[in-house]
Design a protein around this ligand. Sequence first.
Ligand SMILES: C[S@@+](CC[C@H](N)C(=O)[O-])C[C@H]1O[C@@H](n2cnc3c(N)ncnc32)[C@H](O)[C@@H]1O
Length: 209
Amino acid sequence: MLYTFLYRQLYTRFAWAYDGVSWLVSLGHWGGWRRAALDFVVGADVLEVGFGTGELLAEMAGRGMAVTGLEASAAMHTITTRKLTAGQLSAPRVQGFAQQLPFAHASFDTILATFPAGFVTDPAAHKEFVRVLRPRGRLIFVDVTLSTDNPLFRFFYSLAFPPSPKAAARFAEALDESSLQISRRVVGDGPVQVVVTLGEKAGASVPAV
Ligand SMILES: C[S@@+](CC[C@H](N)C(=O)[O-])C[C@H]1O[C@@H](n2cnc3c(N)ncnc32)[C@H](O)[C@@H]1O
């Protein structure tokens, strides 16, 4: 409850502090963790959901990728606009919610969300992801997991990433209920590892002859 409130503040009133806070809690690794998503992108058209301060969006635009961004917070949009303008980059952006994507069916080859917010536990968002993905498209979520028993590490990690078994169960349920083929990859070998969750949409069925 308290964490939900604090996170919401960080996405809105205190969005200006987001890059600093994420750098601090990850000891400078946040950008690298987030970038793990790029190794899994398929196709040309990419949608980033919940792009936050637009770091990855700017990186993808800088690489010449056809990326569109969707983000709920107006404050995050303002920061991202500033960043893209400073880098002379552009990427179409929409203020909206993952649960109601303002895009036509089968618009994107990849949908990705790094350190996604609560929308990943909402079946309505998953329905939307499946709807706007093209056949053989891919959904990518990036998060981290702790892989050490060191108590000090565990303590600090739980402050930054408070365990929420209920949210984890709802996330697993939402994935189960989506029609996507789910798999997981763990990247890196440090005490904190990146977990990439992939959801593959089936290809168009071949008409019977
Ligand atoms: C933890 S931040 C992650 C930001 C960025 N992707 C990163 O890797 O740092 C989650 C972002 O999702 C946005 N968000 C929260 N709920 C959303 C929703 N329902 N639809 C779209 N964006 C949402 C928040 O405003 C916030 O910017």
